[in-house]
Design a protein around this ligand. Structure first.
Ligand code: SF4
Ligand code: SF4
Length: 298
């Protein structure tokens, strides 16, 4: 059995194929002789909500969950979701991101005028934070290969050289998981993604000096946890659902804890999704001043 291990976080929005992509990558890992654990959050995908899938492989994997700073690679099918997933990357990790832009309903600051608050689509700017960014217009690449809807396979193709899975494992996984009618388009899209080349990430200590990181935005929420009601790692729904990676576990695995408390945006997802009513989210007064979202307004 191979000795390497790794973690890949796949993110996107409903309908883009995050779950299928994760299934293909997990199957390729299995065909390469690895133990694999995979977990998904796609409860709101049918409404255009965010979807994420954690994938971990190795000689023996006990938990599928990837904590903050642990992912070797993030594969983002949508630009904003890629930016939001950066805290999951380990130092030196790779961000593979589509230039596709699907503003979520919550990004609309003026529904009548159509204005949205959304991060600038600027791979070069992102490289100041994550040196190894592999950004591609995946939908156009997939369209040129035969079917724009196979953009997720373009991103898997970009991911494939980073993982120790042979080409035949990838091909077998695509054939086993993709519907027959879309198989050849996805094979072509995968090959097109695998053939793409990106600027080399600068070696540590070289490259342009990084600007001082902007101050963390002020917290607008905090979570209260009823320890006795929390089932811990056996559940972990809130950990997987939290878009800001606020929640996690200490080594004793129970109860859940706010491991990045300053990042809480009071979105309420954890409180809504906890089946045991163990979490209460408290909103702090939002300070007056500039928007909390570092964004462009269009
Ligand atoms: S969803 Fe609720 S029960 Fe599950 S880990 Fe989170 S707080 Fe605990
Ligand atoms: S309220 Fe939202 S951001 Fe805060 S911990 Fe819960 S899911 Fe995470």
């Amino acid at each position: 059995m191979p000795a390497e291990s790794g973690s890949v976080l796949l993110v996107g929005v409903g309908g883009q194929g995050v779950v299928l992509s994760s299934a293909v990558a997990a199957d390729a890992a299995r065909r390469s002789g690895f133990d694999v654990k995979q977990s998904e959050v796609h409860g709101m995908s049918q409404r255009g909500g965010v979807v994420s899938s954690h994938l971990r492989y190795g000689p023996l994997v006990h938990s599928p969950l990837i904590g903050a700073g642990e992912a070797d690679a993030v594969v983002a099918l949508e630009w904003n979701e890629g930016v939001r997933a950066i805290p999951a990357l380990r130092p030196g990790g790779t961000l593979i991101v589509s230039l596709d832009r699907i503003p979520p309903p919550s990004a609309f600051v003026d529904r009548h005028g159509g204005a949205v608050a959304y991060p600038a689509v600027a791979p070069d700017t992102l490289r100041r934070t994550v040196p190894d960014v592999r950004a591609a217009d995946a939908t156009s690449v997939a369209a040129a290969a035969g079917n724009a809807r196979a953009m997720n396979s373009v991103l898997l193709g970009i991911l494939s050289p980073l993982l120790p899975f042979p080409a035949e494992a990838w091909d077998g996984a695509i054939a086993a998981n993709v519907p027959r009618a879309a198989l050849e388009a996805n094979r072509a899209a995968f090959a097109a993604g695998r053939a793409l080349r990106f600027p080399a990430a600068p070696a540590p200590g070289t490259g342009r000096p990084r600007r001082r990181a902007p101050a963390e935005p002020p917290s607008v929420g905090s979570v209260d946890i009823v320890d006795a009601w929390c089932k811990g790692e056996d559940c972990a729904i809130c950990v997987r659902a939290c878009p800001e990676y606020v929640l996690g576990f200490e080594p004793d695995a129970r109860p859940v804890r706010a491991v990045r408390p300053d990042a809480c945006t009071a979105c309420m997802l954890c409180e809504i999704l906890c089946p045991d009513f163990a979490i209460t989210v408290r909103r702090a007064a939002v300070p007056a001043g500039p928007s909390l979202v570092a964004a462009e307004t269009t």
